[in-house]
Design a protein around this ligand. Structure first.
Ligand SMILES: NC(=O)c1ccc[n+]([C@@H]2O[C@H](COP(=O)([O-])OP(=O)(O)OC[C@H]3O[C@@H](n4cnc5c(N)ncnc54)[C@H](OP(=O)(O)O)[C@@H]3O)[C@@H](O)[C@H]2O)c1
Length: 291
């Protein structure tokens, strides 16, 4: 396998894309190219083809996605173009150019009926459009069978963009009381931790071989509900906002979400010798940066 030198990262303006941009400064051995929709619009197959006619990379990290879970119920075609068709095309480019593809997927490909953390080979059954378009993206990679790593993650937050932590900080300062769902159980993922683990994977790929498609699960360690997550955010920031636990049925959203989507990370930890931080420790690190 040729040494990895050139790396394309899509979704430069997103949470994971921005977190990677900060960390790559410590990795001068690689030549990174970051793209946003201006340079590489993933909703347009002609533009993707034109871009790859001009550019070739040893590795592609696809951090771009259509991530507006509720809006996707109405914008099905756009979500499919970005989360499925573009991913298929990236896999085709990777196969043609002999590149490795690292693609990020989601816990929302599961239906949430498990009572113990999901392993990579558990049955998939997405409950919303976002989840089904992300699953089709995964399936396209499997069908094309380029050398690829699919990392499913959950509840991503960071200092950047829109996410649950930033929404809670804003609302918690404005309101004396907030109702937050306690019957959806998952695990938060600090984008910096995921970015750092992806870079560790890239280093390992230089010494080992990636043949075919491998699927891994990644989040921070531990388990919580959105209610517990909100409580921890207010505790660390000393925001005096009372959090009321409510059920999903009392907070209707256009997209159905799984009640339980904790991911089992044993496979990625073992394969890549990763030490994954506990979710509360990473939350503290993110809140320290935000304050
Ligand atoms: N956020 C979560 O809770 C969560 C949970 C599970 C899995 N994931 C997965 O984790 C990955 C990273 O998520 P994230 O939270 O970093 O997402 P994010 O913050 O929403 O960023 C997504 C990025 O995709 C870009 N994008 C959207 N449409 C595009 C297009 N047509 N062409 C090119 N770029 C386009 C966006 O560009 P603009 O900045 O221009 O909009 C943005 O930079 C995604 O694969 C996502 O599905 C996320």
């Amino acid at each position: 396998m040729p040494e990895i030198k050139t790396i394309l990262v899509t979704g430069q303006g997103g949470q994971l894309g921005q977190s990677l941009q900060v960390l790559v400064k410590q990795n001068p051995q690689y030549q990174f190219t970051f793209t946003g929709r201006k340079q590489l619009d993933l909703s347009c197959s002609e533009k993707i083809a034109a871009y790859f006619a001009q550019h070739k990379f040893d590795l592609i990290i696809n951090c771009a996605a259509y991530t507006a879970v509720d809006k996707a119920e109405e914008q099905q075609q756009l979500a499919d173009a970005i989360n499925h068709l573009a991913v298929k095309q990236l896999a085709e480019m990777a196969k043609k150019n002999n590149s490795i593809l690292i693609h990020i997927s989601t816990d929302y490909i599961f239906d949430g009926t498990n009572h113990k953390p999901y392993t990579e080979d558990n049955a998939i059954n997405p409950q919303n459009i976002y989840g089904s378009t992300k699953l089709k993206g995964e399936q396209a990679i499997q069908a094309i069978a380029c050398d690829a790593i699919i990392i499913r993650t959950s509840w991503v937050y960071s200092e950047y963009g829109h996410n649950f932590v930033k929404t809670m900080l804003k609302l918690g300062k404005e309101r004396p009381e907030l109702a937050v769902i306690f019957d959806q159980i998952g695990a938060p993922t600090y984008a910096t931790d995921l970015a750092s683990s992806i870079l560790a994977l890239v280093d390992t790929l230089n010494h080992s071989q990636q043949t075919g498609v491998s699927v891994y699960h990644y989040s921070n360690e531990g388990v919580c509900s959105w209610y517990d997550f909100a409580k921890a955010i207010f505790e660390y920031t000393n925001i005096a906002c009372n959090v009321l636990p409510i059920e999903t049925k009392d907070y209707p959203t256009p997209a159905k979400r799984p009640h339980y989507s904790v991911l089992n990370k044993a496979k990625i930890k073992q394969k890549y010798s990763l030490n994954i931080p506990y979710w509360k420790d990473s939350l503290q690190a993110c809140l320290d940066k935000l304050q």
